[in-house]
Design a protein around this ligand. Sequence first.
Ligand code: AHG
Ligand code: MN
Ligand code: MN
Length: 332
Amino acid sequence: MNKSKLGLPIGTTLDRFIKRKEEEFSYATGELSQLLRDIALAGKIINKEVNKSGLLDITGGVGGKNVQGEDQQKLDVVANIRFTRALKNGGMTCAIVSEENRKIIHLNPNCRYVAAIDPLDGSSNIDVNVSIGTIFSIYKRISPVGSRVREEDILQKGTEQVAAGYILYGSSTMLVYTTGRGTHGFTLEPSLGEFVLSHDSITCPENGKIYSINEGNFYKFDPWVREYIEECKQNQLSARYIGSLVADFHRNMMKGGIYLYPNTEKDPNGKLRLLYECNALGFIAEQSGGLATDGHQRIMTIQPETLHQRTPLYLGSAKMVEKAVSLIPATL
Ligand code: AHG
Ligand code: MN
Ligand code: MN
């Protein structure tokens, strides 16, 4: 049998993998394991919706609604409903912050964990059959179990994440996650309906040949960003940009590359959200040997002030990120 670096066979189911990891912590209560299983379940449900999104569009176009009134909704709203419901029913989450909800969603106050989610990442690709994703971060609440969750429970630095990951709905569907002991990838085996270990202890190459940025914004970028792009061209790097952060990041982590979403004058904090996009991918990147920074500090050390805060993001292969941000002038 093909043994993975972790000593667990490739093909081990996610459930078994999570259980084995839990056994390594004598103090583990099993709650986080259950929460990860809830997320995997949500991923499978959303995967089903994603797979039939073309059909949903037809239904929506005709003006039809199902009994729950969901058919006409956009897939990202459907994903939000599915994800929230799975975490609620799983019973391990006391609150969620989601891209799709302005305020905190309060669940069972007797639970220890809060989740930050981007239920469907890559909205512009939903209708055109291009890879999209789901991103999640898990934190332990600060306030006492049993009390109402407060904003401070959610507004924690990325360094406090106990787990984070994403589900990529691509040519195959993958769940990639970390609990701070490496980054591991599981591929959905569709006939079994199970995520199975396919990529253990993923290592992001230190250097790569890919740069990913929305170059249409070239003239809006700071001079140092333009200089870096010019350098990428001079070095004949490949430009690859899907417009789904999860998919762009995943490719770059596997092959070696850098993802950039800089600030501009119009958007001084860039576009991407700290709590449910950047922190999770920062954690995954670092656990695979890569880097994530806003240009001035590690993404994961930024103290969030608001739920939907944005940040510039430079993410991926360590040497490429270091090189890019070394061009930032001291005055910026
Ligand atoms: P979301 O679909 O969750 O709103 O996120 C979209 C994000 C991200 O996935 C992607 O990398 C980026 O927006 C693309 O932005 P541009 O179209 O500005 O390049
Ligand atoms: Mn997103
Ligand atoms: Mn989204």
